[in-house]
Ligand binder design. Structure first.
Ligand SMILES: Nc1ncnc2c1ncn2[C@@H]1O[C@H](COP(=O)(O)OP(=O)(O)OP(=O)(O)O)[C@@H](O)[C@H]1O
Length: 992
């Protein structure tokens, strides 16, 4: 009895049949066996086919069989051999028994009959054993989704998804010898008919007659099986559908994971050619990696390295050779030849009625494929010679859609394998042991077992600059951090200095600087420009441009051609390479304005010539395509960027970053996965890798170690676009101002803020007993106005001996109670025991009148250059929001008009050491208060948020000004100074 066979997913059950049945019909009768072979293959043919494999072309000796396949072939041979032997034994035994029965005694006949029965049973067992082994083996090489019936329960669960790339898939079923599918009551003894696919082969489908239906059905079933079996996201379907039949449309749900798993079908020969070229490049990459690791195919490579460097690709070609020109044909043949072991298999539907293009001979492609040919009822497969295969029913559409959706979901959830950063870093005792004389190398990730090394060099070969792309969220910030920390760990700050600009909204580089309570920082960072300030970006470029020119001259005088030459001549000098990294650099250059134009000019210079003096650029962007301002500069700037690195992004961005026709970054699947290329994006030199993951805690620990190792150096220049200058820097700023002042100069400096510049020489207004030493802060922005006035008060207070100055605070913005900020100003002055007088609300006018009286008195009693006795201490008058002061132009109780008093302060105050520093929120009110005739006596202006026209009204019609939070424009008119953008200090105690 043959037991029910359920031990492999695709197999049906084989019903049992007793000896009687055998005798009556002869399970092993020749007739039956021949019926099982509808083509009536002669016995000798059967013997020949028994000597072939069910799975591969016997003529094909070029391709050694995988071990698994070889075993199956052997078992299949055994099965057929056993069946044949059994049949022969049964036939012989039966006729012997019949003869014996007729001519001999009963007992002898019975004995003979028993012997026949035993022979049949033995053969039956042997058959079953071989058949089970075969079923098991088939189940093993094409498990679960690769061969199961469509109604198998496993399709309803996720358990079958991602069990492994389908090396063999079922396309139908075949009857093994001896089973009769047509005998009622008897279950056909069937096996799944498998064809080789991923990692092993390609498949061609040829419809005979008018039956075009089964190739499409078979395509669907092959695609579905392959898709379900591959780890989600690791198999991509590329479709060439020149007759636009929508063959792969049932799989549309795959697009929920982006456009990679099922890219839009290609429909023209050019599109096909472009894609095949990229696929060839991918095949070459896998071939190279596989060769380097000494493994035969992508599956083994993945197993050995733990990283699948490329996804599998199934290239579906419909109606071949329709729409295939000779160039595409050549590429298809190449892929059919070399693709399968490297992850690219073809699934070609051949329409023999199509007249091929010139130079296209379909046979040349088909000979590299396993071809299935036939019609709905029966097909022959050249991998299964002399066997008729019944094609499977198509998978239900609902099943295709469900599996596609599940695979897309799995792909979306999945991530690239995480590459650890630590193993790429030098051992702790090897930190900073590299020198950057010739260049510097960042170890940023892995490509298989190899390390991805970005080597930046001036020459031999010239690899100075890197262009980096990648869509949002794909890991660009992580990549930049890995790059910076890798260099920082290998080279000391004497070898490499970093200028880092971030034009993103986020604050990725923020962590590289110090923070409150965390003094350590990346000691290589000289400048951190955060939150994307374009003016500061330009300032950094100008600084580097200056450095470039300075070094060029220095090297020239020393007789050196480049940094390496100079360092060899002067081994004891410290001349670090300068690494400028700009994230989202397109923000700096995309607008059509002065900043963009000036930035582009400098970038061009640094890109072309910076390498010689050791300046290197790393420019990163998520949207580079379509930037008008760069179009004409593409060559002159990016022509100097041999390194191209892209994380996953759209095809157009991929081309913008990697190079024309290089859309490979659009094929990437996972965050952190990159295409890198050091040949200016030539697609033939694309390589793929995975960037190491920079865990912030570890990076922070590394920065701390490096900072300690560097001897706890001073913080870099950190510039936040959207923040006021750090009031903690006030002391250092004042020291810098006083140090820069000429010796013996007794000017008192009112600190205003820091410039938008790399080297933060502070912006200050000098107060001397000269006409014009009045400062007007004009514009909206209470915080910035108070920040400015706070720095003024604090800095002036600090420059006088204790109790040596008077501060008069005219607070028009805080009502009668006075504003809290004014209280802070009073505190700052009081801390040095200076006199502090406050006038608030309605008293401000009176205060002005009182001050005018003092000025008059001082003039009357000593005039200009009076001695600074205790009674004649300098008086600093802070006009706080004078636009809010009521009725300044009305007579007060003393018969004075406060605006007149104000004009007295402006006209004569400075001469007797009474200095007005006043804030008005508008130029109009300021002008009305001071009077148009006296306004020119105001020597210093800080513009905050005012219309450009107001600034132009004072500083000239050509000046461009765009108001911005925490930004001002300072100009010292009486010293003929140029307008300087300034970032006001914040109020030190804000928030308390
Ligand atoms: N190589 C990687 N390995 C593992 N995880 C990564 C890798 N790169 C990035 N990630 C993770 O992906 C997320 C996004 O990364 P990242 O912030 O670097 O992307 P981004 O491209 O800079 O994004 P955006 O431009 O939107 O700020 C982060 O949570 C990060 O931890």
């Amino acid at each position: 009895m043959m037991p029910p066979r359920t031990n492999q997913p695709g197999g049906g059950q084989a019903g049992g049949s007793g000896p009687g049945t055998r005798r009556a019909g002869g399970r092993w009768s020749r007739a039956r066996r021949d019926k099982a072979d509808p083509q009536g293959t002669p016995r000798s043919d059967n013997h020949r086919s028994a000597g072939t494999s069910p799975l591969s072309d016997p003529e094909d000796t070029t391709d050694p069989l995988p071990a698994e396949e070889r075993q199956i072939r052997t078992t299949f041979l055994r099965l057929r051999g056993t069946a044949d032997a059994l049949l022969a034994a049964a036939d012989a035994g039966r006729s012997a028994a019949t003869g014996a029965y007729e001519i001999a005694e009963r007992d002898a006949a019975r004995r003979t009959h028993r012997a026949v029965q035993k022979a049949e049973a033995d053969a039956d067992n042997a058959y079953e054993e071989a058949r089970d082994t075969l079923a098991n083996r088939v189940g093993r090489i094409a498990p679960f989704a690769a061969s199961a019936d469509w109604d198998a329960p496993g399709w309803r669960s996720d358990d079958w998804l991602g069990t492994g790339p389908a090396r063999y898939v079922r396309i139908g079923s075949l009857s093994v010898p001896g089973a009769d599918p047509r005998q009622s009551g008897a279950h056909p003894d069937q096996l799944p008919a498998l064809v080789p696919l991923l990692d092993v082969g390609s498949l061609g489908l040829i419809a005979e007659g008018d039956d075009k239906d089964w190739p499409i059905r078979t395509m669907h079933s092959v695609l579905l099986r392959a898709l379900a079996a591959a780890p989600p996201g690791r198999l991509e379907i590329v479709t060439y559908d020149p007759r636009i039949r929508g063959v792969t449309s049932p799989f549309a749900a795959l697009r929920k994971a982006g456009n990679d798993l099922l890219a839009d079908p290609l429909a023209t020969p050019n599109e096909l050619l472009a894609r095949l070229t990229l696929l060839r490049a991918a095949v070459m990459r896998v071939a190279e990696l596989a060769g380097a690791h000494g493994v035969p195919d992508l599956a083994t490579l993945t197993e050995v390295t733990g990283v699948q460097p490329e996804p599998y690709r199934l290239v579906v070609v419909c109606d071949y050779p329709y729409g295939v020109d000779s160039r595409a044909q050549t590429e298809l043949i190449r892929l059919a030849e070399g693709g399968p072991h490297r992850g690219v298999s073809l699934l070609v539907h051949h329409d023999p009625r199509v007249v091929p293009d010139d130079g296209v001979n379909p046979a040349e492609l088909l000979r590299h494929l396993n071809v299935a040919r036939g019609r709905n009822s029966a097909i022959t497969v050249n991998a299964l010679p002399a066997v008729t295969v019944r094609p499977d029913q198509p998978p239900p559409r609902e099943l295709i859609e469900r599996v596609s959706a599940r695979v897309a979901e799995g792909a979306r959830r999945g991530a690239a394998p995480v590459v650890e950063f630590e193993p790429l870093l030098p051992e702790p005792d090897k930190l900073w042991t590299e020198d950057a004389i010739r260049g510097m190398t960042a170890k940023i990730g892995r490509a298989g077992l190899d390390t991805v090394e970005l080597e930046l060099r001036g020459s031999d070969p010239s690899l100075p600059n890197v262009l980096i792309g990648g869509a949002s969220g794909q890991g660009k910030s992580n990549l930049l951090l890995v790059l910076l920390h890798s260099i920082a760990a290998s080279y000391s700050p004497d070898e490499v200095a970093m200028f880092l600009l971030d034009f993103k909204d986020g604050l990725e580089f923020d962590r590289l600087g110090p923070r409150p309570g965390r003094p350590w920082h990346l000691p290589h960072a000289r400048v951190l420009g955060l939150e994307g300030d374009r003016a500061f970006g330009l300032a950094v470029l100008r600084y580097l441009d200056g450095e470039f020119r300075r070094r060029a001259e220095q090297f020239r005088l020393a007789g050196a051609n480049d940094l390496a030459g100079y360092r060899t001549l002067r081994p004891n000098e410290t001349v670090p390479r300068l690494l400028l990294v700009i994230d989202e650099f397109q923000v700096l250059v995309a607008e059509d304005d002065d900043i963009a134009r000036a930035s582009i000019v400098i970038l061009e210079t640094l890109a072309r010539r910076g390498r010689a003096v050791g300046v290197h650029l790393v420019l990163a962007s998520q949207t580079l395509s379509g930037i008008e301002t760069l179009v004409t500069k593409e060559r002159s700037i990016f022509g100097q960027f041999p390194w191209r690195v892209s994380l996953k992004t759209e095809a157009s961005e991929s081309e913008a970053v990697l190079g024309r026709q290089n859309t490979e970054a659009a094929q990437l699947r996972f965050r952190g996965e990159i295409v890198f290329n050091r040949e200016y994006g030539d697609p033939a030199h694309n390589r793929r890798g995975v960037v190491a993951y920079a865990d912030e805690q570890r990076l922070d620990a590394l920065r701390r170690t490096l900072w300690e190792k560097a001897g706890r150096p001073a913080a870099p220049r950190v510039f936040y676009a959207a923040r006021p200058s750090d009031p903690n820097l006030l002391t250092a700023a004042l020291q810098r101002v006083l140090t820069d002042a000429p010796p013996g100069d007794d000017t008192k400096f009112a600190l205003l803020g820091l410039p938008v510049d790399v080297d933060p020489a502070p912006v200050a207004f000098g107060l001397t007993a000269d006409p014009g030493r009045t400062l007007a802060v004009v514009g909206d922005g209470r915080d910035d106005a108070f920040g400015t006035l706070g720095a003024v008060v604090w800095s002036l207070a600090a420059q006088h001996v204790r109790g040596g100055a008077e501060f008069v605070l005219l607070d028009a913005v805080g009502g009668d109670a006075g504003s809290p900020e004014t209280a802070l100003l009073a505190e700052a002055a009081g801390a040095y025991d200076h006199g502090v007088t406050r006038y608030t609300g309605g008293a401000v006018g009176g205060g002005l009148s009182e001050l005018a009286r003092i000025v008059d008195e001082r003039i009357a009693s000593g005039g200009k250059h009076a001695d600074l006795t205790a009674e004649r201490r300098p008086i600093y008058v802070l006009g706080i929001g004078l636009h809010r002061a009521a009725r300044l132009d009305h007579y007060d109780d003393t018969g004075t008009v406060p605006t007149d008093a104000l004009r007295t302060l402006v006209r004569e105050g400075p001469l007797v050491d009474v200095h007005l520093i006043g804030w008005w929120n508008s130029l109009r009110v300021f002008s009305e208060h001071v009077g148009y005739e006296y306004a020119p006596l105001v020597g210093g202006y800080v513009f905050l948020r005012v219309p450009e026209a107001d600034v132009q009204g004072v500083l000239g019609p050509y000046l461009r000004y765009q108001a911005q939070l925490h930004r001002g424009l300072f100009c010292d008119l009486s010293h003929g100074g140029r307008p300087v953008p300034v970032v006001p200090f914040g109020l030190p105690e804000r928030g308390r």
